[in-house]
Design a protein around this ligand. Structure first.
Ligand code: AMP
Ligand code: ZN
Length: 665
C-alpha cells in the first residue's frame, strides 16, 4: 500500500472509532488499540508532512494558543428563543401559529433544551472550517481551534451532505465529566467550579487549546441553516445531521398534536434528572420548514419555536445545624445539615453554604426553614430563608473564628472568600488530607494504601507527614485494627514501588497549592530537577509558559517553609525521583533559551509537532502568532502570506527548517 493510501485508511478508521465512541457511545475498539493506531498515524504524518490535513484525527489534542479571538459576522443570525412557563402559554402560542398558517395540520418537533453555550459550525465540502460563538447573535468569536479538540464534533463528515451549511448546537459538559473535573481541581487545591454551564462556556474562550482538549466537552446539535439545502422538516434536520456524523440526542420526538407535545414536556420534567447532562426545558419547533418560513421571526426570536422552561426543583426544609469542614489546604467550608427531604429524586441531608459572605448575605441561621435547590452542583444549595417561619428565639449566625479541628485562629486573606486554618503542619484533616493526596492515583499511586488507612496510621501516631510512609515497617502495621500480615506487606511494598514514580508526579504529589497535574508537568519540564525549582524566584517562575503570579507565589512559599524542605530532603534520601529521567532528558538543552519561535507551513525533514517539541526541549518557546517578541519565524512550504508580511514588517527574521536544524547542531 502506498504511504498516501495508508494515511487515508488510518484517518478513516480512526474517524469511525471516534464516531462510535464519542457520538454513539458505543466503542468497538479498546482504548489501547486506538492509541496504537493514532500513534502510527502521527508518525506517518510527521514523516510525510506533504500529506498534512487540517481535518486529521491527530489534530484533536490541541496545542495552538489563541491570544485574541477574532470577531466573525454570522452569515445567518443566531436568534434567541421565546419562553413559556405553562400549558396555557403553549396553547396560546399554538393558536397564534394556527391563525397565521390558516387551516392546515401543524406538526411539532420536541427537543430538550440543552444548557450550555451555543455554537455555530460552518462546514464546506464536508470539512469543519469555522466555529463561532453566538455572541450578540449578529457576530461572535472565532473559537475554531478550541472546538476542533471536542471529539464529538466531526472534522470530516460522512455520507452525502450539502456543499456548504452552518449547523448549530450547544457545547455542554456532562454531569459526570463536570464532577470529575471538579474532583481533580479539588485535588490540586483549587476551588471547584460552580456549574457545568458556565464552565462549558468558559472553556470555549480558553487561550490554550490543549487545556480545552482535556475537558470532557460535548457538542449536541439541533439546527441546520444554509441555502438550497433540500431538507423539508426539523425532524429531518436531526436525522440528517445524525447521518453525517453529528451527535444529536435521540430523545427528540415528532408530535402530531398539542396533547402529545404536553406529554413530552411532562415526561421530561419528571425524567430530566436521569439524563447525563443538564436541561432547563423543552424546545418546541414547528416541524415543516415551509411553515417555518411563512411564520418568520420577531425582532429577537423565531415565531415558529418556543422554549418551555422547567421550574427549578425546589423544596423547603429545616436547617438543623451549621458545621464546618477543613480541607487539605486548610480551606474552611460551611455545611448546612438539613432535616432530610426529597429533592429531584434523591434524599438531601446536606447543602453547601459556600462561605461566610454567603451566610451573611442570605442571613442564614440555625433553626431556619430554608429553600433548597438543585442546580448543576452535586451538592444542592440554599437559595433563600423563609423568614415568615423564623423562630422567635433565632440568633444571628456567628461565623467560627477558630479551626473546628485544631482550635487555631482562622485567617482570611484580602480578596478571598474562604477562611483558612493556617496551622498546616498541626491540623489533623490537613495532615491526613495531604497524605491522602500524596498517595492518590494520579500522584504516587500507592497500592495497598487507602484514605482510611492513612487516617488510622495518623491516629496511631505512626505517620505525621508523607515522608513518614517510607519508614513504616510491617511489624508496626500488623497489630493495627483491620490489618493482617498480607495487607501490611502489600502496604510496605506499595510504598517501596512508588520510588519509581516519575518526577512530575512526585512534584504533583507534594501538594503545593495550585500545582495540579498539568502545572507539575510544566514545572518539571522547565526545571528538570527539584533543586533548580527550589531556588527559582517568583520572576523566574512567571517567565515559564502559563505559570502566573498565583502559582509562582505558592511555589516560592512552599519551598521557603523549613518543614517542607526537611520533608523533601528526607524523600530524596529515600530515593524518590526528584529529577527527570535520562530518557526524558535525552536530546534536551538550553540552547534556545530566551528565544520565541513561530512555526508556519509544511516541513520536509521534521513534522510540525516534532519541530515544536524540538524548540521546547531545547529551552525555546513556541508562540502561535507573530509579534515584536518573536525571535524567529520558521517557515516551511505553503506558509500563509499574512504571516510573512507581518514578520517582514516587524523585522522578525524568517528562517528555513534547515537553518533551524543547523542552529541546533
Ligand atoms: P435563550 O438563551 O434562553 O434565549 O435560549 C436560546 C438558546 O437555547 C439558543 O441560543 C440555543 O443555544 C439554546 N438551545 C438549547 N437547546 C436547544 C434546542 N434543542 N433547540 C434550539 N435551541 C436550543
Ligand atoms: Zn486547623
Amino acid at each position: 500500500m502506498s504511504i498516501a493510501s495508508k494515511i487515508t485508511a488510518l484517518r478513516e478508521e480512526l474517524r469511525e472509532h471516534n464516531h462510535n465512541y464519542y457520538v454513539l457511545d458505543n466503542p468497538t475498539i479498546s482504548d489501547y488499540d486506538f492509541d496504537i493506531k493514532l500513534k502510527e498515524l502521527q508518525k506517518l504524518e510527521e514523516e510525510h508532512p506533504e500529506f498534512h490535513d487540517p481535518s486529521s484525527p491527530t489534530l484533536r489534542v490541541g496545542g495552538a494558543v489563541t491570544k485574541n479571538f477574532e470577531t466573525i459576522q454570522h452569515e445567518h443570525r443566531m436568534y434567541s428563543l421565546d419562553n413559556s412557563y405553562s400549558k396555557e402559554d403553549l396553547e396560546d402560542w399554538e393558536k397564534r401559529i394556527q391563525r397565521i398558517l390558516g387551516d392546515v395540520a401543524v406538526e411539532f418537533t420536541c427537543e430538550l433544551k440543552y444548557d450550555g453555550a451555543s455554537i455555530s459550525l460552518t462546514y464546506e465540502e464536508g470539512k469543519l472550517v469555522r466555529a463561532v460563538t453566538r455572541g450578540d447573535g449578529f457576530q461572535g468569536d472565532n473559537v475554531t481551534t478550541n472546538i476542533k479538540t471536542i471529539k464529538s464534533v466531526p472534522l470530516q463528515l460522512k455520507g452525502s451532505y450539502p456543499p456548504k451549511f452552518d449547523i448549530r448546537g450547544e457545547i455542554i459538559l456532562t454531569l459526570e465529566g463536570f464532577a470529575q473535573m471538579n474532583k481533580e481541581r479539588l485535588e490540586a487545591g483549587e476551588e471547584a467550579y460552580m456549574n457545568p454551564r458556565n464552565t462549558a462556556s468558559g472553556s470555549l474562550k480558553l487561550q490554550d487549546s490543549a487545556l480545552v482538549a482535556q475537558r470532557p466537552l460535548e457538542c449536541l446539535l439541533y439546527s441546520i441553516v444554509g441555502n438550497n439545502l433540500e431538507i423539508n422538516s426539523q425532524f429531518e434536520v436531526l436525522e440528517m445531521a445524525r447521518s453525517w456524523g453529528f451527535k444529536v440526542p435521540t430523545v427528540a420526538k415528532l408530535c402530531k398534536t398539542t396533547d402529545e407535545v404536553m406529554q413530552f414536556v411532562e415526561y421530561w420534567d419528571q425524567k430530566r434528572h436521569d439524563l447525563p447532562y443538564e436541561t432547563d426545558g423543552v424546545v418546541i419547533k414547528v416541524n415543516n420548514l415551509r411553515h417555518q418560513e411563512e411564520l418568520g421571526y420577531t425582532a429577537k426570536a423565531p415565531r415558529w419555536a418556543m422554549a418551555y422552561k422547567f421550574k427549578a426543583e425546589q423544596v423547603s426544609t429545616i436547617l438543623n445545624e451549621i458545621t464546618y469542614q477543613v480541607g487539605r489546604t486548610g480551606a474552611i467550608t460551611p455545611v448546612a445539615n438539613l432535616e432530610p427531604v426529597l429533592l429531584a429524586g434523591t434524599t438531601v441531608k446536606r447543602a453547601s453554604l459556600h462561605n461566610a459572605d454567603q451566610i451573611e448575605k442570605l442571613d442564614i441561621r440555625e433553626g431556619d426553614t430554608v429553600f433548597v435547590e438543585k442546580g448543576g452542583e452535586i451538592i444542592p444549595k440554599i437559595i433563600a430563608v423563609d423568614f415568615a417561619k423564623r423562630p422567635a428565639t433565632s440568633v444571628l449566625t456567628q461565623y467560627i473564628q477558630h479551626c473546628p479541628e485544631c482550635q487555631t485562629p482562622l485567617v482570611r486573606k484580602e480578596g478571598e472568600a474562604q477562611h483558612f486554618c493556617p496551622n498546616d503542619t498541626g491540623c489533623p484533616p490537613q495532615i491526613t488530607g495531604r497524605i491522602q493526596h500524596f498517595i492518590s492515583r494520579k500522584a504516587m499511586d500507592i497500592e495497598g494504601l487507602g484514605g482510611e488507612t492513612v487516617e488510622l496510621l495518623f491516629k496511631e501516631g505512626l505517620i505525621s507527614n508523607y515522608a513518614d510512609l517510607y519508614t513504616l515497617t510491617k511489624e508496626e502495621i500488623v497489630p493495627l485494627e483491620r490489618m493482617a500480615e498480607k495487607s501490611a506487606e502489600n502496604l510496605v511494598n506499595g510504598v517501596l514501588a512508588s520510588k519509581n514514580i516519575p518526577f512530575e508526579r512526585v512534584l504533583f504529589a507534594l501538594g503545593i497549592r495550585y500545582v495540579g497535574e498539568t502545572v507539575a508537568k510544566k514545572l518539571a519540564k522547565a526545571y528538570k530537577n527539584i533543586d533548580a525549582l527550589m531556588t527559582a524566584t517568583e520572576e523566574e517562575l512567571i517567565a515559564v509558559d502559563e505559570i502566573g503570579t498565583r502559582i509562582a507565589e505558592s511555589v516560592v512559599a512552599f519551598f521557603a517553609n523549613q518543614k517542607n524542605l526537611e520533608i523533601v530532603e528526607r524523600l530524596k534520601s529515600y530515593g524518590l525521583q526528584f529529577s527527570l529521567s535520562e530518557a526524558q532528558l535525552e536530546n534536551q538543552s538550553e540552547k534556545l533559551k530566551g528565544q520565541t519561535f513561530v512555526v508556519s507551513g509544511v516541513f520536509e525533514t521534521v513534522g510540525r509537532t516534532e519541530l515544536k517539541k524540538l524548540i521546547e526541549d531545547n529551552g525555546g518557546k513556541v508562540a502561535s502568532s507573530i509579534s515584536s517578541k518573536t525571535s524567529f519565524l520558521v517557515a516551511g512550504a505553503n506558509m500563509g502570506p499574512s504571516k510573512k508580511t507581518k514578520a517582514e514588517n516587524l523585522g522578525v527574521p524568517i528562517i528555513s527548517e534547515h537553518d533551524f536544524l543547523s542552529k541546533l547542531n
